[in-house]
Design a protein around this ligand. Sequence first.
Ligand code: JDH
Length: 239
Amino acid sequence: MRFDVLTLFPEMFPGYLSQSLLNKAIQQGFVDVRIHDFRDWTKDKHQSVDDRPFGGGPGMVLKVEPVVECVEAVREMAEPAGRTLLLTPQGRRLDQPLVEQLASERRLVMMCGRYEGFDQRVIDILQPDEISIGDFILNGGEVAAMVLIDAVIRLLPGVLGDEQSSVDDSFSSGNRILEYAQYTRPREYRGREVPEVLLSGDHQAIARWRRQESLEKTRRRRADLLTGGADDQSQSQDE
Ligand code: JDH
């Protein structure tokens, strides 16, 4: 799968991309991530990518020409042109079903804004799918793009070390329940002991305990998952 990321801050990506799992997938050719700088598509002497908003108001807006020309050029760089995504607080909320849908694409072109966002004509002309990673305000789209890439690539065959772990994730479509508590050695630390049942060797009892743990935790923290509410967290009481 190929990702093209368009940004004013290309230097934010190499650290993330060199992380072992992703780097391995890139080396093996499962994933290809290309970073592009909007500024390379400016034509004026000062390479300006932003300007003051018409009508007044705070902050700066990303200019239409360099952004449209950058996206059009990047779309032409490979086949297929793929889906164009724009990370924005006003977008459709990212969730696991949407991640699964995006993971089935061959190519994603991702636009990262800064400041107060893009000139509206960018959106009217390019018609990107607008996506938000959550109801909070970031300083720009770059971290959101990394979140999206991170969520998508772990679903790609061959990318995750253990094929199973992404399948039975608590948020994959069929299975919306939180994880049970896990323990490893030592058996006791600062007076806290590992639950006896996990040391019993009784696999049926262990499975029962884990199922119970998961249900209890889900009911306490995310009752909305059990009642089937899409993303309503209003019922959660503690933690
Ligand atoms: C892209 C710029 C910062 C956005 C307008 C909003 C007053 C001001 N889940 C997500 N959260 N944030 C982003 C995201 C943020 C971005 C950009 C993505 C580009 N910014 C920015 C909007 C405003 N402002 C708050 N109101 C109270 C108006 C700054 C994101 C994603 N994906």
